[in-house]
Design a protein around this ligand. Sequence first.
Ligand SMILES: [Zn+2]
Length: 253
Amino acid sequence: MKILAPCFECTFSSNPRFESQLVDYFDDGVAFVTCSVGHKFAAIVQAQKFEILLNSGASALLDGFTLEACASFSAALERFYEFFIRSSAKGRKISTDLFDEMFKTMAQQSERQFGAFLMLYLLEFKKAYKENPKIRTFRNKVIHKGEIPKNDKATEFCSWVYDEINKIYQSMSDKCDNFCLQEVTMEMNAKRQKNVPNGMRVAIVGETGIFPLCHKDQKGSFDEALEAFQKSREMLRRTVIDPFPMGRHCHSE
Ligand SMILES: [Zn+2]
């Protein structure tokens, strides 16, 4: 995955200059950056795992990789259920250590996680959650049987997943005290910071994603969200300054 990381030292120096780089990050949510002046820092990606997977899927969809888009959206939905149960447990004053100990027994089995989600949804909202059955059927065809969907079908599947996440997340936001959403985000950042070597400067960088929690600007429909995501992706590509146009290896430090 890639994130746009501006160098804050350059931006806020006595002789300010703006430089941003598109840098890679992986599962630990940390990107390591060296600007052209030589400032080194770690960029912590402030986005939940499901957000990152949605972004990955949306990028794949825009680039025509339909199977990859559906696989990412499908994984995003599962990580969203985890986000829900984690947040709900946090709201019930369950410590992260205790939650993690419990989660170990369901980490490898998404059906157990979905079961936990269904029960907690019932407790939180006093109603039974009804999943969109089309999601499961389509996902089995694509993920388990390797069927490569056409663009329109992949887009439709991604929109079902988006709607599902959006609907549940808006209900969570309405009862945000029950879910300690800010605390969950801060804890995620702190956990990612543990992957940064001691003494290295750290910048928290938000993702301009398709479903950005940090901006509180989730679009009502998938079409709208995908269009906004595409625009921000194009803008990003235009504004990014590559300080190492000849490749990083050609730059002597
Ligand atoms: Zn710099």
